[in-house]
Design a binder for this molecule. Sequence first.
Ligand SMILES: Cc1ncc(COP(=O)(O)O)c(C=O)c1O
Length: 436
Amino acid sequence: MSPSVIHHETNGHSNGVKKPHLDGFGTRAIHVGSEPNAETGAVIPAISLSTTYKQDGIGNHKGFEYSRSGNPNRNALEETLASIETGGAFGIAFSSGSATTATVLQSLGPNAHIISVNDVYGGTFRYMTRVAKVNQGLETTFLDLENADDETILAAIRPNTKLIWIESPTNPTLRLIDVSRITSLAHSHPSSPLVLVDNTFLSPFYASPLLQGADIVMHSLTKYVNGHSDVVMGALILPPQHAALTESLRFLQNAIGAVPSPYDCWLAQRGAKTLHLRMKAHGANALAIARALKASPHVAEVIYPGLASHPRNDLAYRSLAPHARKYVDAYIAAHPDAEGFPFGGMISFRIRGGMEQADKFLTSARLFTLAESLGGVESLAEHPAKMTHGSIPEAERALLGIGDNLVRLSVGIEEVEDLVADIEQALEAATATLSA
Ligand SMILES: Cc1ncc(COP(=O)(O)O)c(C=O)c1O
């Protein structure tokens, strides 16, 4: 086990009783799961690469036997995650976000039914429809959980509906789902399906779905939590009332074995320590860029939930995590003319023109690297129709609003003036032929 916690009640999974950590977000991110080593005094956990652990007698060990089943770095990261995903008590880490998804869906057993938000991440859609459907008879109803009324959602829940899968904001059109509404509906139904929120886009800083009644939160840690584009990893976080469910998922974590390496766990834990600072900077930079895009004659539409003009801007504000609300309120007070507030680092926009202009924009940007993925300190830009969402049939893409002129930005934490200038010059270059 990791060394004893000095000024926190531990969320480590060796203890029976789970109590929430009460310190501020940044304090938890830095201290929980990262206590000075009792023997050496090392302030930062050592990387423990050993695959196996000495036993002093058969079954007499110090909490570790074999590294797939548990190792100090993974336990430490899981403690950190359980603490920063506010309302959480248990963390379970996997070797990718996709392995996390696979493990959750496998836990539902044969012939289950689930409901999923209709524009779920493409890899999640692929696993639901081409793996779980074939291998375990999983049936998925894809619903527009943003606009469907209560009756429609309740009517979609069947006796064997075991899970509702939410992503908010959705990717890449950043539609917002009211998590509190969906969890109330789910838990009021006799089938009482679990509600899982993929909180990758907002990270534990901007949203706390467990405080909104969700049963499970999942993350692709590859994105904001690690934050430096150098680790592929995923995790589940569950609240205190789900100790038994946690145990069954932990059983699968070990049995399937899609576990992260100690080094990756160490890196992700290091990344998580600055999550609060990075997310504030991502949000402030994204808001500035969203405003610049909105002011540009070369842009037909900007989609950023923090902008006052976003149709669900009020829901964005209402759904902020408590620590994010504090930051956002202070930001609004300090920037009365901001036309919105920081709400994560993802923006999508429709450039005037079509494929040619989108392509020219993406190849003219100097600081926004043309690449898939998101959530790193460096700014990225991509073309959803041809890249991240290219596997979705064109007709379905059109229904979801993923056209040839749609560009998605993952706004990094470089100097904001440089980023705005880069966007403006790339827009000019991209649309030069249009205005000529
Ligand atoms: C929202 C979301 N969930 C899950 C995943 C899958 O995570 P990973 O790439 O770590 O397997 C991604 C990856 O892009 C994602 O964006």
